[in-house]
Design a binder for this molecule. Structure first.
Ligand code: ADP
Length: 667
């Protein structure tokens, strides 16, 4: 076995690789950015080395610095994880040049599969079915539109260098082609430094089914069955499972063979995934699946394959990289039960899944048999805007699909995250969705069911407000030693400086609190000091009542009441409500004079501006585009009005909450 490994990655995948490497007795070397100095993977590794500032291009993408650390520390191998440098042929070459084993395929295989157009042509020659479309060199808009007409709508525009669903646009009709092409090219240029696209037929009722392959250096190639990754949003995977619902042994054999052929065609070595799109209009059929691309690395969703095969894919990667022969043949492999993985993200389903950042005030996962949680963060860590906002992967394994889904839903219900908004409640609803449970779904399932899945703005959670206020009062009383004072009947209110609120006099009082940035006035009924029966009993009313002995009431639901610097985060059914004492000096003055500021939803770059000062705009009209985390977010007018001021120009970096455009609203 290799003596040591440098992990050229971060977060959960770095942790996951370190775990296996340490079990195999390898020395583990982490490299990290300044932002990750205190990260879990840095703590877990045997040694850790700083390679640069937070932005990935200055740290995790710096081949020179990473190779330097590897040389200095005498690393025997480098594992690239997924993302970052994992599919960069220069990196594999740089490792080889430095005499370090690259845990991955040869650079030639990465190159062959690196661009979607060339890869399609190559596997087509090997007899693998591909999606009909144009994947040639011509890029003129008029030419591509003609090709789209020939292919027939709907079509899909894809970045040739694409990945992670970026630079991909579905187009329904010719009239929309040009705008979609422009946007795809812009996204592709910014995400991959290559604006080229291909156009292909949009497969109907599409199911994303991929095959895990493994090859050694001795010519042996096997497949480890399929994964179904059809539950997607914006072409990004949300829930993955193995095996695929509705898969027949016959189709599995045909797809497995096609995947092995694709791997052989490029002289593949190590772990790889061949992605297919299947036309699911009449269920899965072995003559209706098409090659999309091959990912020449470990895949995010590899744990579901590990669960059903009982294999450790990272261990196999190390074995193959060190020159060992694959320890099994195709006939030795079998499927045990069913596994489902959910990707827990720091994002807000109520705000179109906008990534959410900030401190993780609480993070807690259940532990059950058949449940696996892969994470790279712990309570107290910060989710920063620099990297992918995934918090964890939660994987359930059980004898049947139904049981696995049930187990996953239960685990998500028991997961506590406070701080950044998350998709945990949304994931739970997905696992419980009857149609998904019945195996009736395709890649459009999530988009068609956003309402039912709760991914729409909700009103204020009144019970959370009441609980939050009880907790705030409890915290405030505690901080000032009021619990003791109240027993003596000599306490005054915690908010008395602001509101002149008196405990001794009135029994009921209005108390202003800040709930997710909005002022809400709750009514609080205070106990009669010194009365033995009602001692410390508070009643908080707002759209209902919550009452009880403060400490008793709270202890019953303690886990979901998370104190923060400003106040408390109340977590109910996975949904977070921030409640803090109202601060009269922290109000948004923009609304008061009939103006309305359109603000940057997060840290990012202003990439397009569609309006000028003095221009009239209608409610919902697109005003500008901010690019953040390599996705484009459109800013729209909140109401009819006139552009009063523009405070930024395209190309500028903008901070979260920055005023970009001020509108004068109509009366
Ligand atoms: P990326 O490399 O950006 O992840 P892929 O080529 O893997 O892009 O495609 C991502 C997703 O987009 C697929 O999982 C599938 O849901 C959808 N998709 C891709 N090609 C097609 C197609 N021709 N028809 C329908 N959906 C497609």
């Amino acid at each position: 076995m290799l003596e040591s490994v440098l992990i050229a990655n971060r977060g959960e995948i770095a942790c996951r690789i370190i775990r296996t490497a340490q079990r195999l007795g390898m020395r583990t070397i982490a490299v990290h950015s300044e932002a990750d100095a205190g990260a879990l993977f840095v703590q877990m590794a045997d040694e850790a080395h700083l390679i640069g500032p937070a932005p990935a291009r200055d740290s995790y993408l710096r081949i020179d610095r990473i190779i330097n650390v590897a040389k200095r520390t005498g690393a025997a191998s480098i594992h690239p994880g997924y993302g970052f440098l994992s599919e960069r042929a220069e990196f594999a070459e740089a490792c080889a040049g430095a005499g370090i084993v690259f845990v991955g395929p040869p650079a030639s295989a990465i190159n062959a599969m690196g661009l979607k157009d060339a890869a399609k042509a190559l596997v087509q020659q090997a007899g693998v079915p591909v999606v009909p479309g144009y994947h040639g060199a011509q890029q003129e808009p008029d030419f591509l539109r003609l090709k789209a007409d020939e292919i027939g709508y709907p079509v899909l525009i894809k970045a040739v260098a694409g990945g992670g669903g970026k630079g991909m646009k579905r187009v329904e009709r010719a009239a929309d082609f040009e705008a979609a092409l422009e946007s795809a090219q812009r996204e592709a240029a910014s995400a991959f430094g290559d604006p080229r696209v291909l156009v292909e037929k949009y497969v109907l009722s599409p199911r994303h089914i991929e095959i895990q392959v493994f090859a050694d250096r001795h010519g042996n190639v096997v497949h480890l069955f399929e994964r179904d990754c059809s539950l997607q949003r914006r072409h990004q995977k949300v829930i993955e499972e193995a095996p695929a619902p509705g898969m027949t042994p016959e189709m599995r054999a045909v797809m497995g063979k096609a995947a092995v052929e694709a791997a052989r065609a490029v002289g593949y070595v190590g772990a790889g995934t061949v992605e297919f799109i299947a036309d699911g209009r009449e269920g899965l059929r072995s003559d209706r699946f098409y090659f999309m691309e091959m990912n020449t690395r470990l895949q995010v969703e590899h744990p579901v394959t590990e669960a059903i095969t009982g294999l450790d894919l990272v261990e196999l990667q190390f074995r193959v990289a060190s020159g060992e022969v694959l320890p099994f043949g195709q006939g030795d492999l079998g499927i045990d039960g069913h596994a489902v993985e959910a990707r827990l993200y720091a994002e807000d389903p109520e705000k179109e899944f906008l990534p959410s950042t900030g401190k993780l005030w609480a993070l807690d996962f259940p532990e059950h048999e058949g449940l696996r949680v892969d994470t790279g963060v712990q309570a107290g860590d910060e989710v920063t805007p620099f990297y992918d906002p995934m918090i964890a992967k939660v994987i359930a394994h059980a004898p049947t699909r139904g049981e696995a889904l049930e187990k996953l839903a239960e685990a998500l219900g028991q997961t506590l995250v406070a701080g950044p908004k998350t998709n945990v409640a949304f994931l739970k609803k997905l696992c419980e969705a009857p149609q998904f449970g019945a195996g009736q779904f395709d890649t459009g399932f999530i988009d068609r069911n956003l309402d039912a899945l709760g991914a729409v703005p909700h009103g204020v959670d009144a019970e959370a407000v009441r609980l939050g206020v009880l907790k705030l009062i409890d915290m405030e009383l505690d901080a000032r030693g009021y619990h003791a004072l109240m027993r003596n009947g000599s306490a005054s209110s915690p908010w008395d400086e602001q509101d002149g609120f008196q405990l001794g006099g009135a029994r009921e009082q209005g108390l202003p609190v800040d709930v997710d940035g909005e002022r809400i006035d709750v009514a609080v009924q205070w106990p009669v000091p010194g009365d033995a029966h009602t001692d410390e009993e508070l009643v908080v009313s707002w759209g209902g009542k919550a009452s009880g002995m403060v400490s008793d009431y709270l202890s019953s639901d303690m886990r979901g009441l998370v104190p923060t610097e400003e106040g408390v985060i109340v977590v109910r059914a996975g949904r977070q409500t921030r409640v803090s004492p109202y601060d009269p000096f922290n109000v948004d003055l923009e609304h008061l004079n009939g103006s309305n500021a359109v603000k940057a939803p997060m840290h990012g770059k202003l990439v397009a501006l569609f309006v000028k000062p003095g221009e009239r705009v209608g409610k919902g009209q697109r005003l500008a585009i901010v690019e953040a985390m390599k996705m484009e977010h459109a800013l729209v007018a909140p109401a009819d009005g006139e552009v009063e001021e523009i405070a930024a120009e395209p190309g500028m970096q903008v901070a979260e909450g920055a005023r970009l455009i001020v509108l004068k609203m109509e009366e």
